[in-house]
Design a binder for this molecule. Sequence first.
Ligand SMILES: Nc1ncnc2c1ncn2[C@@H]1O[C@H](COP(=O)(O)OP(=O)(O)OP(=O)(O)O)[C@@H](O)[C@H]1O
Ligand SMILES: [Mg+2]
Length: 238
Amino acid sequence: MSEDKKVIISLKDVTREFNTGDGKLEALKAISLDIYEGEFVAILGESGCGKTTILNIMGGMDHLTNGTMFLDGKDFSHPSPDELTAYRRNYIGFVFQDYHLMPNLTALENVTFVAELIPDSMPPEEAIEMVGLSERKNNYPSQMSGGQQQRVSIARAVCKRPRLILADEPTAALDFTTSIEVLQVFENIVKQNKTTVVMVTHNNEISKMANRVIRIKDGQIAEIIENHSPSSATDLSW
Ligand SMILES: Nc1ncnc2c1ncn2[C@@H]1O[C@H](COP(=O)(O)OP(=O)(O)OP(=O)(O)O)[C@@H](O)[C@H]1O
Ligand SMILES: [Mg+2]
């Protein structure tokens, strides 16, 4: 991504310490990272290296210990509770590894439930259509495959028309074929909606889809690789 791209989130020397039973654990050690509007970023690294912690800080689900987070150029390191609520509601869509759907609501109702909270949301049917689930919209989560449930959870994030979608290992619980279906949905979101996507994965192959790959090692950025010709989801194999 070149300099003419707009930076939406910027981390500068961000650290995160956790208190553990026997002292402090430094999960992030001076992370500096810019996220550009419209890009697809993969955060790659081994278990425990700090991937989820970075995502949670960017998503307003965790707070940094030291350093600065800028949101659209403004210091957002220590937001007020109201600012945080507005940020999580309007700016961010989150996709978790284990879907987090409401079991007693249908696919469509799971999306509608969130859409109703947002003033400028996408019609829920449109979000369901976008993830290719129109025919299953009246099914409950228990009646759907893991990949279909994950697509509902992506529809739920997308219907908010968020600036940024954060996805934490969204295909980790899925088999290969289903993973590709889910990754195609992310690919479309970046291309058609111009939504920025930051996806955590430990799968090297998935990171080939990204415009940039941020490799994390032991709480630090080990390298940032720019991908000039990202692969299509359908070209991946593992
Ligand atoms: N709430 C917490 N309290 C104490 N330590 C924590 C907490 N959350 C995370 N950690 C520690 O911080 C480090 C980074 O954790 P994080 O969850 O970000 O790793 P990760 O890269 O997402 O790993 P995985 O691939 O297994 O999901 C780990 O050593 C973890 O044990
Ligand atoms: Mg994690």
